[in-house]
Ligand binder design. Structure first.
Ligand code: CP
Length: 317
């Protein structure tokens, strides 16, 4: 297995099966620290730099919380408008990371341009973690989701997935890549105009993913062990910020998970994931059903980032 020390985490396309399991093993080892709300000194000599060019609640704060749990320091920005990248100068990714690499030992970057973290990784002497790039990928979120499945179901292989929502979404692309490494058939359910882009479909075919499409979640939910949902009412992920304006559409029934649908159609032991934030695709009365696992995902999001930081900073091999 390749070492994680010093490695960039940019995409799940290049993640091997045994590397997933190594990350999950480290996450499980570190999980008691977060569960017991303790801090340790595993990364006490290290600093995380957060470079967020797009809004985030979970990804940035989970990385920061993970670093603090492991005894490290945190610096960075959550609004590029307050940096030279977001003002008159429009400072380039190259020039920005050639500064940031001296302010810390690992950089987590979210950007509205697909490929921006990859560009940063070309120039930085420290590892770059992709915290979501435009419509590209969101590898740490899907590592979190797979870890949640492992913890909740005790296995990943042999489970059937249904993914519902906008397939242009970066999480969906990382999910497809991740599932190529497991025995997990998946059905994608997306509105017209939000289908999985052909370039990702071609990659999935090349890597042997067993995938198909359905029009209505009702047609396929009964077969699913894992139901992963993203909104269809979305901001434009290619913008640094997309303010809500005017009346918003509601989510059509085809892409909505209601309590009634779960009770009447879903497997009794299926689990429901959503990386959040949500719109109306999962109404709040679903939260208190036995299918929902998104709060567990939130906890696991910290644990997963602890594992990734410990691995890329070489604190564990
Ligand atoms: N799931 C996710 O990426 O959430 P944030 O946009 O809040 O980071």
């Amino acid at each position: 297995m390749r070492s994680f020390a010093g490695r960039d985490i940019l995409s799940l396309k290049d993640f091997e099966r045994n590397e997933f399991f190594r990350v999950f093993e480290i996450a499980e080892m570190l999980e008691p620290i977060a569960r017991n709300r303790q801090n340790t000194d595993l990364l006490k000599e290290k600093t995380l730099v957060t470079a967020f060019y797009q809004p985030s609640t979970r990804t940035r704060l989970a990385h920061e919380a993970a670093m603090i749990r492991l005894g490290g320091q945190v610096t960075g920005f959550s609004d590029a408008k307050m940096t030279r990248a977001g003002d008159f100068y429009q400072e380039s990714i190259k020039d920005t990371v050639k500064m940031l690499e001296f302010y810390g030992d690992v950089i987590v970057m979210r950007h509205f341009q697909q490929g921006a973290p990859h560009e940063a990784a070309k120039w930085a002497s420290v590892p770059i973690i992709n915290g979501g790039d435009g419509w590209g990928e969101h590898p740490t979120q899907i590592l979190t989701d797979l870890y949640t499945v492992l913890r909740e179901k005790g296995r990943i292989d042999g489970l059937k997935w249904v993914a519902v929502g906008d397939m242009r979404m970066r999480t969906m692309h990382s999910l497809g890549y991740a599932l190529t490494q497991f025995d997990c058939p998946i059905t994608f359910v997306a509105p017209p105009g939000m289908e999985m882009p052909e370039s990702y479909q071609q990659d999935y075919r090349d890597y042997g993913l067993d995938f198909k499409f359905a029009e209505h979640v009702e047609q396929v939910i009964g077969d699913a062990d894992v139901i992963l949902v993203e909104p269809t009412v979305q901001p434009d992920y290619t913008k640094s910020r997309d303010e809500r304006k005017g009346e918003l559409p509601t989510t059509p029934d085809n892409y909505k998970i209601t309590r009634d649908l779960l009770v009447n159609k879903a497997k009794s032991d299926a689990i429901l994931l959503h990386s959040l934030p949500r719109m109306d695709e999962i109404p709040p009365d679903v939260d208190i059903t036995r299918w929902s696992r998104y709060w567990q995902e939130a906890f696991n999001g910290v644990v997963m980032r602890m594992a990734l930081l410990a691995l890329v900073l070489g604190a564990v091999e």
